[in-house]
Design a protein around this ligand. Structure first.
Ligand code: ADP
Ligand code: MG
Ligand code: MG
Ligand code: MG
Ligand code: MG
Ligand code: MG
Length: 677
């Protein structure tokens, strides 16, 4: 989350009166940034991760694992600690930062300063993550542990799932049947977001996750733990009036989604053009990485038939009215809107010639007046579409103190809309008055149990981003197919049961130079930047600013879009299929072969790729599969889809032991996994 401005948030009835004001000034702010920085060029690669944690408290006497709501105290403590470390070192750059998140049991950490393109920085990712985890761990109470768990298996179960115990009856913001007010970060922004989503929508959010039907699950499954007859808030009847579906896990509050943890990566591009190119290239990658990182099969005390958080988060902040959702004719609202504010990307935005108009094939409404205003300012159609699509949304939290802003020196109104469009990728313009350039954020991944895995996926994504630029890869497929992949990616064991739409040929047409061809290098592909005399010139760092593949001559006949892609297994996408497509892992290896690593360094990177290779092949399980199997083989499991307090406790204890390296799980992590201090 961005900086938490202090102030008085307006209730929805008042906030909505400022929606146009925020949008208009938000665009003015964007245009100021655009005018100043559209030609900015030459920024080096800088990048960083964000890791979210949930603090879990073990109650060993009762054999219960609960969420600890001490976020405020913990963050204060960590602030003091990191300030002390910084003053001891005489600098702040190497000292990590901890941020608040939606859940009052959550923390987020980022590195003290972004990683650079230096090869050594690839190797400092995991130690940096571990340092952050250890800092948090060290200053928590003895029985509290920061877990990188995507969803808490018993969030919202009747009884004791958080410490201290609070009653959902007082959920004044969400009106939830399950989650008390205290589950939410008390900073005014979060309860207001929660309440304003509900008010704007005109009902509580309704999340229905397919239940995993086991041998003894009663059918149809009508959840006995839903307080069907509660009559406390106006929305209490919704569950029995159709919001809660049979054979599903029903959830009714923002906290179920925004209480999930994830792993995000932000890269700085050399200029706005490269940022847009990279954004588009990673759009089709997002669902694949979601399937590969799947880590959330357990929800509100039940086993789900899905492995990922994405649709839960999406539904948990879905503020669209019935009109916007197409359930009623438009009267009050301006648009029918196909997706929640938290959803996969709907528009490619690069002007690169790879990007054919046919790829933007889903309906993505935009604000026509804003579009025209951006166009009149000289901004091209695709970027104007992107921004005016984000700006169909209303601002949800408006602070009375910051309604009037200096538009030349603030981006608050712009960020208000931008940062509540939670898509798989985010195109991040430079902040005002800062040295930071144009960036792209990759947001689909689930957080992994260990920092070894988190580092592996972070490093893989940054290497893939360089491989894309270096080899001029074309990964475009129609957005409708990316959306279909998002849906498939979340299914149970999608990695091994689903096929995904992917491009058959990822190299630019006629390009022989960019096509890796067999050679003596370890990957079997030669570097496209071979120096003279056939001796590869190895690069000393990961860089930005790659030349683009030249556009083809006039008269070049393009393959019909429908023939450019096909359905592949993830193993084929990662390892290759046919002669034209070597696979993403091989492309990353081919890119690694262009870099000047010493042997030890390269071995460490290879270990990361090997983890991903083994997850792909199934010789190592995803966290989702591992947890699912743990539950189903627990002696207390009754094959009724229920994750009891005891099973949850044993699971969380086991995950902690795995993370610390005291319990072996050779079907989940490589045999030589050790958490290095
Ligand atoms: P948000 O929550 O808005 O996505 P955060 O501040 O939590 O943003 O995280 C931003 C990430 O971007 C961090 O990993 C940070 O290290 C990284 N970062 C910071 N500066 C740059 C930069 N100039 N280029 C790329 N990444 C950066
Ligand atoms: Mg976060
Ligand atoms: Mg963040
Ligand atoms: Mg954030
Ligand atoms: Mg931030
Ligand atoms: Mg982020």
């Amino acid at each position: 989350m961005g900086l938490l401005a202090l102030g008085t948030p307006l209730p929805w009835d008042e906030a909505k009166r400022y929606a146009d004001h925020v949008r208009t000034h938000g665009i003015t702010q964007f245009l100021h940034i655009w005018d100043r920085l559209k030609d900015r060029c030459g920024d080096e690669l800088m990048w960083g991760d964000e890791i979210e944690y949930m603090v879990i408290k073990f109650d060993n006497d009762d054999r219960n694992a609960k969420l600890s709501l001490r976020q405020t105290e913990i963050l204060e403590k960590l602030k003091t600690i990191t300030n002390d470390i910084a003053s001891d070192r005489g600098e702040t750059d190497s000292v990590p930062t901890f941020h608040p998140e939606y859940g009052r049991f959550m923390l987020e950490s980022t590195p003290g300063s972004p990683y650079t393109g230096a090869l050594a920085d690839l190797l400092s990712v995991e130690p940096d993550m571990r340092y952050r985890r250890n800092l948090a761990r060290k200053y928590l109470k003895a029985n509290e542990i920061p877990f990188t768990l995507t969803s808490f298996p018993r969030l919202g179960v009747p009884g004791e799932f958080m410490e201290p115990f609070c009653d959902p009856a007082d959920a004044v913001s969400s009106h939830s049947l399950f989650l008390p007010e205290q589950i939410t970060n008390p900073h005014a922004r979060f309860p207001t977001l929660t309440a304003n989503i509900r008010r704007r929508r005109g009902s509580k959010v309704a999340i229905n996750l397919p239940l995993f039907i086991d041998e003894n699950t009663p059918r149809p499954f009508i959840d006995p733990t839903i307080p069907w007859e509660r009559n406390l808030y106006a929305e209490d009847h919704e569950a029995k009036d159709g919001a809660a579906l049979p054979d599903h896990i029903y959830m009714d509050a923002m906290g179920f989604g925004m209480g999930c943890c994830c792993l995000q990566i932000t890269f700085q591009a050399c200029n706005v053009t490269e940022a847009r190119r990279l954004y588009d290239a990673l759009v089709p990658v997002a669902p694949l990485m979601l399937a590969l990182t799947a880590a959330s099969p357990l929800w509100r005390g039940y086993v789900a038939d899905v492995d990922c958080r994405w649709d839960v988060v999406s539904a948990s902040v879905d503020d669209r009215t019935e009109e916007e959702r197409g359930l009623k004719p438009l009267q009050e609202n301006r648009f029918q809107i196909p997706k929640s504010r938290y959803a996969s990307v709907s528009l490619y935005l690069s002007e690169h010639w790879f990007n054919r108009p046919e790829y933007n094939d889903v309906y993505a409404p935009h604000d026509e007046a804003i579009f025209e205003r951006l166009r009149e300012h000289g901004i091209d159609k695709l970027l104007s579409k992107h921004i005016s699509h984000l700006f169909i949304r209303d601002p949800l939290v408006v602070f009375s103190e910051t309604i009037d802003q200096d538009d030349a020196n603030s981006n608050d109104h712009f960020e208000n809309i931008q940062s509540t469009n939670w898509q798989t990728l985010r195109f991040k313009p430079p902040p005002v008055n800062s040295p930071i350039g144009w960036r792209v954020e990759f947001r689909s991944m689930e957080v992994q149990i260990t920092d070894f895995e988190n580092a592996a996926f972070a490093v893989f994504v940054v290497l893939l981003s360089r491989a894309i630029l270096n080899f001029n890869l074309n990964l475009y497929i129609p957005i409708s197919k990316v959306d279909e992949n998002m849906a498939r990616a979340q299914r149970r064991d999608a990695l091994h049961t689903q096929k995904f739409y992917f491009r058959k040929d990822v190299f630019p047409p006629g390009s022989t130079s960019a096509t890796p061809t067999p050679s003596a290098t370890s990957s079997g592909y030669s570097s496209p930047i071979d120096g003279t005399n056939g001796v590869p010139r190895k690069e000393k760092k990961l860089r930005n600013c790659y030349p683009e593949a030249p556009a083809p001559e006039n008269g070049f006949r393009r393959t019909p879009v429908e023939q450019e892609y096909e359905e592949m297994t993830l193993a084929e996408i990662m390892n290759g299929k046919g002669n034209a497509f070597p696979g993403l892992l091989s492309l990353v290896v081919a890119y690694l072969d262009t870099l000047d690593f010493d042997e030890t360094a390269r071995q460490k990177i290879d270990a990361y790729l090997d983890l991903i290779r083994r997850r792909t092949s199934g010789s190592l399980k995803t966290a989702a599969t591992w947890m699912r199997e743990f539950v189903r083989s627990h002696p207390g499991y009754k094959f009724d889809s229920v994750v009891s307090q005891e099973i949850n406790y044993d699971l969380v204890v086991a995950l902690d032991e795995i993370e610390r390296g005291t319990r072996k799980a050779e079907d989940f992590l490589p045999a030589d996994y050790r958490p290095k201090a």
